[in-house]
Design a protein around this ligand. Sequence first.
Ligand code: MEV
Length: 312
Amino acid sequence: MGRGVGFGKVILFNEHFVVHGVPGIAAALDKRLVCETVLEPGQGWVLDDLRDPELKQGFEREWDKFKGAVDAILGAAGVDTSANRIRIRLRGDVLPASGMGWSAAFSVALARAVADEFGLNLTDEQIFQLALEGERVYHGLPSGIDPLVATVGGVVWFVKDKPNRFEKLKLPIPMRIVVAYSGVPSDTAKAVAGVRERKEQFKQKYDQIFEEANALVNEAKAALGSGNWERVGELMNRNHRLLQEIEVSCEVLDRMVGLARSAGALGAKLTGGGLGGCVVALTPDEELQEQVAQKFDEAGYRAVRALVGGST
Ligand code: MEV
């Protein structure tokens, strides 16, 4: 039997900008997906989805991408599925909401399980590369920040480069956040393609916004490192404004960001691909976290209370 774990994630700063080489900061959530593989007589692979029923809702609509990602990961790992059938057992509590890194968490969990099953002895870098094959099926040409944080956990500073660069950031104490799902699925590949087009078309304007994003993420790194949550919150708000300017926010996300701020969050922004998907709100203490999460719940959004920069 093989077993592997991948973390759900939230992007704290610079989604989209990160695709173009600007640093981004992401954090692993204390939510994860677990894959177990069992070899049995037969060929190909089958899925035992052992997640809670509410986490499986709508999964059939994603089946083609899921199947494509499994095939891509098994193929890249050199697994011969004609000798045995692989039963993939899937467990875990990552909400399948675009923005929380479900596909990256799954891709990493499967890559780790397969490596374990076949004794491949892979490094984290190799696991990341395998998971990236799965991510490409879901998202086209991703930066790699999602599978990186799903692989290594913690809070990560990431630069897409050749080779990619990353650094784990140490927070003085873990940070409480609320991630809330708008109920509108986000098409990350489409949003990324839109930014690419507009960046070419409105070069001067976009160059300026990208420069601001670059300066901002450096300030965010310092603020996170010193546990200056007020400052982190302000920078999240500014980051949301930049994301609005590159047109990846939308009415529902702006409304949710407003709701979080008026409920007392120190900062809030969209997180992930945008144009739907999720927002993240900074709520350092437990009471504030509960207050903001409840506001989201009352307004009909799905809120996840999470702790980042702790043991994950
Ligand atoms: C998606 O979680 C984050 C994006 O920046 C895309 C990527 O980095 O691959 C929008």
